[in-house]
Design a protein around this ligand. Structure first.
Ligand SMILES: Cc1cc2nc3c(=O)[nH]c(=O)nc-3n(C[C@H](O)[C@H](O)[C@H](O)COP(=O)(O)OP(=O)(O)OC[C@H]3O[C@@H](n4cnc5c(N)ncnc54)[C@H](O)[C@@H]3O)c2cc1C
Length: 425
């Protein structure tokens, strides 16, 4: 028998549900309350699994400031012309109606940890028994001298979704045949470690297929090495010749400043003038709501218990996805979605009881290099000595057959459809 949320709340179903799941841990209250802030892979997944698996015994509220969710994942495929913009935009309606989640479209401005309440932009206060925070990242606008919030219109980052992603595509489309694109990469730890390098591949793919083969792309990296470097670099050479140049810190000697007015980038070694397009991907930190709740060190990410995804500062709060320090797990949608399922299980077990399992985590990050040519890196992770640690890993190899690469891209496409269905339906 399938029970609706109303059956469970008011009818004989309430007894049945409590019998199946155990008595609520929060006494004197009709239903335990969970508030989730952020409707990305961490928050949307957590809201769904808590609501679905508690069969209506927990009241779940999802607070999301945007009406739609535009995925950063596969935004590079949009930039490369492999997906339409509409294909990376998703709505919350089905998620809310299918699982009885109260969806509030607002910005959460404060967490009152003492009173266990989330404060919204209009002053409304949402009491919670457990709070799940998955607000993603904020950008450090002061991490590149000369760059700023205003400058992101001219030198876009494209590291938060929406208009920024579209700006990147517009700027790419306007690059002349002999133009220079400079990408400034972020320092670790940041959202989507292979993301900048997949994006560069997409830039090169578009330039090549539109005949702008004299254009060049210079990557200025503050890191000595980058994710899947040993696969990306030979692939770039094979696919795009000398178009892409990667410069590590020992070569460029530091990124000193940018000037959005003139399109200039100054490094310790060289000055790039009149750049056709500069893509600044700055340093990052946990989203404001988590930092302001004092769950993260200044400018950093929130420490969590690896077995539960609970904040180490406040046991009533879970921090998921890009906003937390997940040890060896990269900041990816795949990771956030996985972490959400562990948190949902812990929340359910604590508030209404029910089965529990030891935390196990997985991740795969696919990157498209060219048409039907994708590579991947991933692993399996477990809690150990207070951290999430990698216990198995795998990575694509240079020189794999066309068939393997095509198959890897097919997995990438299937994964996107599956995670979006998991989050939003
Ligand atoms: C170019 C690029 C490519 C990527 N490719 C991949 C990929 O191929 N595979 C992969 O797994 N990952 C990829 N990622 C990474 C992935 O997008 C992130 O890791 C993932 O989105 C993190 O999920 P999250 O839930 O932590 O945060 P987010 O997805 O950022 O979601 C946070 C949500 O919270 C909302 N929010 C924030 N603060 C508040 C507040 N105070 N009140 C209300 N709402 C709030 C935001 O509006 C947002 O909807 C990519 C990222 C980029 C930039």
């Amino acid at each position: 028998m399938r029970l609706t949320r109303r059956d469970l709340a008011t009818g004989p179903g309430a007894l049945l549900a409590l019998g199946a799941l155990g008595a609520p841990a929060v006494l004197g209250q009709a239903k335990p309350r969970v508030v989730v802030v952020g409707g990305g892979p961490g928050g949307a997944t957590a809201a769904k699994y808590i609501a679905r698996d508690s069969q209506g015994a927990i009241a779940v509220t999802l607070v999301e400031e945007n009406e739609t969710y535009q995925t950063c994942f596969h935004s590079n495929l949009y930039i490369g012309g492999f997906k339409s913009y509409d294909a990376i935009v998703h709505r919350y309606d089905k998620l809310a109606s299918a699982y009885g989640i109260d969806l509030i479209r607002s910005r959460a401005t404060q967490v009152d940890r003492e009173r266990k309440e989330v404060v919204l932009a209009d002053g409304q206060r949402l009491p919670y028994d457990r709070l799940v925070l998955s607000p993603g990242i904020d950008l450090k606008y002061d991490s590149i001298p000369g760059w700023s919030k205003e400058a992101e219109e001219i030198m876009p980052h494209g590291w938060k979704p929406g208009r920024q992603t579209q700006l990147i595509k517009q700027k790419l489309d306007a690059v002349p045949d002999d133009g220079t694109i400079v990408m400034i990469c972020p320092p670790n730890p940041y959202r989507c470690p292979p993301g900048p390098y997949e994006r560069v591949s997409m830039f090169a793919h578009v330039l090549k297929t539109t005949g702008r083969t004299k254009a060049r792309i210079v990557i200025l990296d503050p890191k000595e090495s980058f994710s899947k470097q040993g696969v990306f670099m030979p692939d770039w050479e094979k696919r795009y010749g000398a178009m892409i140049e990667w410069l590590g810190p020992k070569v460029h000697d530091g990124i000193k400043s940018v000037d959005p007015k003139t399109g200039t980038v100054v490094t310790g070694f060289e000055t790039y003038e009149n750049c056709a397009f500069v893509n600044v991907i700055p340093a990052q930190m946990a989203g404001a709501i988590a930092r302001d709740a004092e769950l993260a060190p200044a400018g950093g990410y929130c420490a969590i218990d690896p077995a539960t995804m609970k904040s180490t500062t406040d046991a009533n709060i879970f921090v998921l996805g890009d906003a937390c320090n997940a040890g060896d797990m990269p900041k990816s949608a795949f990771s956030a979605n996985n972490q959400a399922k562990v948190a949902a299980m812990v929340v359910r077990t604590e508030l209404v009881r029910g089965p529990s399992f030891p935390a196990r985590y997985f991740n795969t990050c696919w990157s498209l290099v060219d048409t039907d040519d994708a590579i991947k890196v991933g692993g399996r992770y477990e809690p150990k000595d207070g951290r999430i640690v990698a216990v198995e890993s795998f990575i694509s190899q240079p020189g794999e057959s066309d068939e393997v690469r095509k198959q890897t891209q097919a997995e990438n496409i299937a994964w996107y459809d599956a995670i979006c269905a998991d989050m939003f339906t």
